[in-house]
Structure formats: C-alpha cells, structure tokens
Design a protein around this ligand. Structure first.
Ligand code: PLP
Length: 387
C-alpha cells in the first residue's frame, strides 16, 4: 500500500510504541495513588508535560493533557467563552477551521454568543487586517488555525495574534496540523492557547494537549477527581501521554530537514500532475503550504470515485478531511477559497509522511493520469474538448 493520507493520521513510530508499552503492563499505576508504582506513572506524566512545553516554548504548568485535538479545540473555545461571558459575547474565527472549532462556535451561537467567520483569499489565507476589522469591544477570543488540514495553507498567526493582543483579546490557534511541520514558539508568536494532537505526528490516537498561557481566563473542562490541576479531571491516559512525549520529541527534532525531504516529493508530485493532467489546478497556497500537502482539483469528475479507483490500485488518499468523508457536501474549505462546488467535488488530497519515498511519487504519477482519464470518459459532465 502507498499511504498518502498523513493529514488524516500517521502511523505511530516504533520508538513511540516501545516507550508506551511498559505503561500498559509493569508500570500500570494510577498517577493519583500514593505508592511507588503510582509515583513512577506520575513522574512519567510530568516528564512529558515538560517535553511538550519545551517543544512549543511554554512552561510545564501551561500544558494540559486532553483526549486529542477535538477536545483541546472544544475546551479552548467553550472554556474561554464561559470564563469571559461577563466581559463579552463575540468570537472571531475563520471560515476554514476544522469542524472541532466551527461546531464549537456553532454550539456557542445557540447559547447566544456571536461569531464572525472570516473569509479567506483564493489560497486559503486569512488576511490579518480582516481580523482587526472584525474585533469589537465585545470580542473575547480570536481563533485561527496555524495550518489547514485540507489544503495545507499556513496562516500568518504571529501577525494575527499581534492584532488580537493590541486590542486586548486572547488568541487561540489549532496547531494540530502544524506540530512537527511549522516551528512554534508561543512567546515569540504571541499565542495564548494552542491545541495539538499526537496522532498527527507519529504518536498514538486519543491523546493531545491544550496549552493555556499563565493567567489566561478559561473555565474548567471536565469536573471530577481534580486531575490536571483541577481543570480537566479524569485518570490520565498514561501510555498515551508517554507516546505523545516521545512523538513530539522526535517530530520537532529536525523540522527543517523533515520538511526539505517531504517538500521535494510534494513539489515533484504537484508539477507532475499539473503537467500531465489537463483541467487540473492546485488548491491552497503555492508556497505558504505544509511541506507534505498536495491538494488538486480535477474538473468534470467526483473526488470519491478517484479515491475508489486509487484504493483499488493500493493508494490511500482523501478528498477532504477524514472526519467528513461520509458527507456528500463539498468541502467548506474549498468553497471558502472560492472554488465552485462542481470543482470542489473533484478534489484529491495526498499528504506525505516519513514512510513515503520518491518511488511513491513515481507510482502515483504512473497511474493517476489514467484514472482521471477513465473517469472523465464515464462522466456526463465532461465536454468534448477541454484543457
Ligand atoms: N484540528 C485539525 C486541524 C485537524 O486536522 C484535526 C484532525 O483531523 C483535529 C483538529 C481533530 O483532532 P483529533 O483527531 O485529535 O480529535
């Protein structure tokens, strides 16, 4: 199989699995208990808190473990909204956020909060000036993702954070796709809250973290036994946390080298597709994009049928985000970038990771033009002549 869906999830690295294994068996203690076995687990959890903090320039006390990116996004948005209700009722976000952010904002709208969904340009970028225009006296949070999961566009989050801070508004970023791909420093970039998820960078599923800057006002997410300094109760997922720690260490050790290798494959694949397949175009930003992301629209056909044919040829890819693959709606990200729904429907996302090689690029380029041609021959939408 040629796996080209690393934006959906990545395989856990062998070093990660090896680090986790003892915490399922001989080191199984509950960190809250009061004996040596428990202290060992507690020590492991606190060591990882330090590793996650170090990876993003934070302090360990600012890191809270969660069940993943979705929970971190929910907590950031709903938690800040609840804690600042007296101050204001307005949130600014972008129209291309992950559903974990968009639906959290939607839930708040049902409770009477107001949300501005900023438009993006044709490349999927939020213009910082738009953020400035949207902020009002009642704005309590700005949330813009660091990098988009579908088209890979990297946002100018430091510039956006500065605008929010100049108006006294805290800034959250969903960095789920950015960790290990974009160097992050919460202080130089001015981030107040940041969500991350281990399974996107070689760690296990079901574990992530929320960074909350010291002093930021945010409500408790989960009531219970007082874990995570009383803010997110529940017995810690110790093996998951250990896996997160090893994965973030490995993923952030050489971001530049990693990106150089992936970008070479990405660029060759993009060029090869655009050169050999007529009526195709690149979605997302030409340069400000994740090193592993290829997203291309093919006119006259459906992305789902491309996926089925690629699957039969041993290639795992995606049309949009895996979470919405059951939906027939065109991607909200692509339509926000101005793609008409019929173009958005024919989009394909291929995302590279550590396991891929140049041979994978060769294989995709050897089969994809034939797949597209066959589907276009079958499609009633295909005109007699196109370019
Ligand atoms: N945010 C972004 C940008 C994502 O790509 C994803 C996963 O697809 C999430 C949030 C949700 O993360 P998780 O799968 O850990 O809940």
């Amino acid at each position: 199989m040629v796996y080209l869906d690393h934006a959906a999830t990545t395989p856990a690295r062998p070093e990660v699995i090896e680090a986790m294994l003892p915490y399922f068996s001989e080191r199984f203690g509950n960190p809250s208990s009061l004996y040596a076995l428990a202290r060992e687990a507690k020590g492991a959890v606190e060591e990882v808190r330090g590793k996650v903090a170090a990876a993003i320039g934070a302090t360990p006390a600012e890191i809270y473990f969660t069940s993943g990116g979705t929970e971190a996004d929910n907590w950031a948005i709903k938690g800040v909204a609840a804690a600042n209700r007296k101050k204001g009722d307005h949130i600014v976000t972008s129209s291309i956020e992950h559903h974990a952010v968009l639906h959290s904002c939607g839930a708040l709208e049902k409770q009477g909060y107001r949300v501005t969904y900023l438009p993006v340009d044709e490349f999927g970028r939020v213009e910082p000036e738009r953020v400035a225009e949207a902020i009002t006296e009642k704005t309590i949070l700005v949330s813009v993702m660091a990098a988009n999961n579908e088209v890979g566009t990297i946002q100018p989050i430091a510039a956006i954070a500065k605008i929010a801070h100049d108006r006294g508004v805290p800034f959250h970023t969903d960095a789920v796709q950015a960790i290990g791909a974009v160097p992050i420093d919460v202080n130089t970039m001015g981030l107040d809250l940041l969500s991350l998820s281990a399974h996107k960078f070689g760690g296990p599923k079901g574990i992530g973290a929320l960074y909350v800057r010291k002093g930021a006002r945010i409500g408790t997410f989960m009531d219970g036994g007082g874990q995570e300094r009383g803010r997110r109760a529940g017995t810690e997922n110790v093996p998951g946390i250990v896996g997160l720690g090893r994965a973030i260490e490995l993923a952030t050790a050489d971001i530049e080298g990693h990106n150089r290798r992936l970008a070479a494959m990405r660029d060759r694949l993009i060029q090869g597709i655009l050169d050999t397949i007529p009526a195709s175009r690149l979605n997302g930003h030409p340069t400000e994009r994740l090193a592993n992301n290829v997203n291309v629209a093919f006119r006259y056909i459906e992305g789902e049928s491309i996926l089925l044919m690629l699957d039969a040829l041993g290639i795992a890819a995606s049309t949009g985000s895996a979470c919405t693959s059951a939906s027939l709606e065109p991607s909200h990200v692509l339509t926000s970038c101005g793609l008409p729904p019929e173009h958005a429907h024919g989009s394909l996302r291929l995302t590279f990771g550590d396991v891929n090689t140049e041979a994978d690029v060769d294989y995709v380029l050897s089969v994809l033009p034939g797949v597209i041609e066959r589907l276009r021959k079958m499609s009633p939408l295909t005109p007699d002549r196109y370019e």
